[in-house]
Design a protein around this ligand. Structure first.
Ligand code: ZN
Length: 134
């Protein structure tokens, strides 16, 4: 990776795997200007996983669509954004375990999302279920 400021080569000076969300955080230092900045490496789910909404309809998996649906279910909470982000990471990790042939089915997304929400906040689970019937 090149420096975000001067485009010279950079060295990795610290690296930490974030196993739960399958990301790698890296601290980099520019060989040219000495600037220090952070990067995060994460799998590109939209290019890796297909979302099957019906027998015939598929689309790239969109983590942001899932995040928004979880955020809406948590709308009554003051910590909705941070909680939705964490719960979305949990749901994605569970979904990837169910994926077959790099596909996830709508029914699995709805079922796993509901179960994760139910373990965390019953009102959010009920809200989610009302907008995402099986
Ligand atoms: Zn630089």
């Amino acid at each position: 990776m090149v420096c975000i400021y001067c485009h010279c080569k950079t060295d990795v000076i610290n690296s930490r795997p974030q196993k739960r969300i399958n990301h790698t955080w890296r601290r980099r230092q520019c060989q040219g200007c000495g600037a220090v900045f952070s990067t995060t490496e994460a799998p590109d789910l939209s290019k890796s996983i297909v979302f099957r909404s019906t027998v015939r309809k598929t689309s790239p998996f969109d983590r942001d669509v899932l995040f928004v649906s979880i955020l809406q279910a948590l709308g009554h909470r003051s910590d909705a954004i941070t909680t939705a982000s964490a719960l979305t990471a949990t749901i994605v990790a569970k979904l990837l375990k169910t994926a077959q042939n790099a596909q996830v089915n709508r029914i699995d997304v709805v079922h796993i999302s509901y179960e994760v929400l139910l373990n965390f906040d019953t009102a959010a689970a009920v809200h989610y279920q009302a907008y995402h019937p099986l």
